[in-house]
Design a protein around this ligand. Structure first.
Ligand SMILES: Nc1ncnc2c1ncn2[C@@H]1O[C@H](COP(=O)(O)OP(=O)(O)O)[C@@H](O)[C@H]1O
Ligand SMILES: [Mg+2]
Length: 407
């Protein structure tokens, strides 16, 4: 290069210098090192300095390790700070500046609404550098996700846990108000992105789907997607008085943390909080997550074509007479199906009796319909579960026709 100034190579040198500092001072494990390289060492060191203080980060008081992320695309790091009394682990979330700022700002709202024991305490500051943003939250050390909790096979105390969840959600939703609306049209239409993904799904899998579900039913689902719900005319036009409030917005089984002993609940991941959300959304999303994502996810049954017939037992949850029948029990030879469906019955009971007494069957079905369609395009759901999902969706549509016929 003959000593000429080359901004490209100076940038590289700075990156390498900073990477050395990070390696020597913060001891990242291999996976967090990969994440750091992707973010850029200069950016990373800036974010850490700002968030935890240069004094701590440059004196060897901080260790960094990998933390398994969810599906939002954030990088997660476990940050152990070890100065004097301040010995505790944080989770640092790093993502696109705008995305992560919204999530941090939502914590300020949550702080005004929820009791401190029901959400993780965030760091005082949010920091950004270039296109990246970051903040930290306290790690709840003895808690596990609801997803893992249900896989443990425990049944004792589930009622208590759901009661606790209901209390947290009720707190979050306070100051709700009733709004007359055409529900699907105004609240549930698919975004263009999901719409396109769903159209591609039905196009690609048409022949396969028809091996398991009648052709007419598959075509009806495809047509529903194609018209964004208009073909189900009675439902599209139906007016409901719905209640809206400040909902969590992404209540999947990995965003609910549980203390296995006390059944206390902590809700995490407020990136999608919606101050005017339909009050059925959180529980309907959680129910859909349990059916599509949690049920049999730790076994080869998740990928077994024979499971589709076994999963049909849960379709009984969609019978109009069962939607709010809280004595309803599914009995099959599969204990996991029984456990999950009984859990769902209690979730619905909590929603209807403790959180949202105005709730109607049609409203809940609209919410289920929306989230169930969404799971057809999630990459981590097996194709077998998605094929079953078309049966589940078709059943929801049938019931929605029955609801409109009645009113
Ligand atoms: N405060 C916390 N304490 C313990 N585990 C946590 C905490 N926050 C997140 N986790 C774990 O990390 C996962 C991903 O965190 P989350 O904030 O949901 O990120 P994402 O936006 O990627 O879904 C969670 O599903 C949970 O298992
Ligand atoms: Mg999450």
């Amino acid at each position: 290069m003959g000593g000429r100034f080359d901004p490209e190579s100076t940038h590289k040198n700075v990156e390498e210098e900073n990477y050395k500092i990070i390696r020597e001072l913060l001891h990242p494990d291999e996976r967090s090192a990969l994440q750091i390289k992707d973010i850029g060492s200069t950016t990373f060191i800036h974010l850490i300095d700002e968030l935890f203080g240069e004094q701590a980060s440059r004196s060897g008081y901080i260790t960094i390790s990998y933390f398994r992320p969810g599906f939002s695309g954030s990088y997660l790091f476990r940050i152990d700070v070890d100065i004097g009394k301040k010995k505790k682990p944080y989770l640092m979330k790093v993502n696109n500046d705008e995305k992560i700022k919204i999530e941090f700002d939502n914590y300020e709202k949550v702080h005004k609404i929820l009791s401190p024991e029901n959400y993780p305490q965030p760091t005082e500051n949010y920091v950004n550098y270039g296109k990246w943003g970051a903040f930290g939250i306290d790690i709840q050390q003895r808690m596990i996700t609801l997803s893992d909790y249900l896989c443990l096979g425990e049944l004792e105390g589930n009622h208590n846990m759901i009661t606790n969840l209901g209390k947290v959600l009720s707190q979050l939703y306070k100051n709700t108000s009733g709004i007359p609306t055409r529900l699907w049209k105004e609240y549930y239409q698919f975004s263009s992105k999901i719409n396109l993904q769903l159209l591609a799904f039905f196009e690609d899998k048409k022949t396969l789907l028809q091996e398991f579900t009648e052709k007419e039913k598959i075509e009806e689902l495809e047509n529903f997607v194609f018209t964004n719900g208009k073909n189900l005319r009675s439902n599209y036009e139906n007016r409901y008085t719905i209640y809206v409030g400040n909902i969590h917005g992404d209540l999947n089984a990995r965003n609910v943390l549980v203390y296995p002993e006390s059944k206390q609940i902590v809700l995490i991941d407020y990136a999608n909080m919606d101050v005017m959300g339909h009050l059925t959304r959180d529980i309907a999303k959680l129910e859909t997550d349990l059916i599509f994502s949690v049920l049999h996810s730790n076994s080869k049954k998740f990928y077994d074509w024979n499971s589709i017939a076994i999963w049909e037992a849960v379709l009984n949850l969609l019978d109009l007479k069962n939607i709010f029948n809280f004595n309803f029990k599914i009995t099959t030879s599969d204990t996991e199906i029984e456990k999950i469906s009984n859990f769902i019955v209690v979730l619905r009971k909590s929603l209807k009796e403790d959180i949202y007494p105005h709730l109607s069957v049609g409203e809940y079905l609209n919410s289920l319909l929306y989230y169930s369609f969404n799971y057809l395009v999630y990459p981590d759901i097996s194709i077998q579960k998605k094929v079953f999902g078309t049966k589940w969706l078709s059943q929801i549509i049938t019931q929605l026709k029955n609801v409109s016929a009645k009113t």
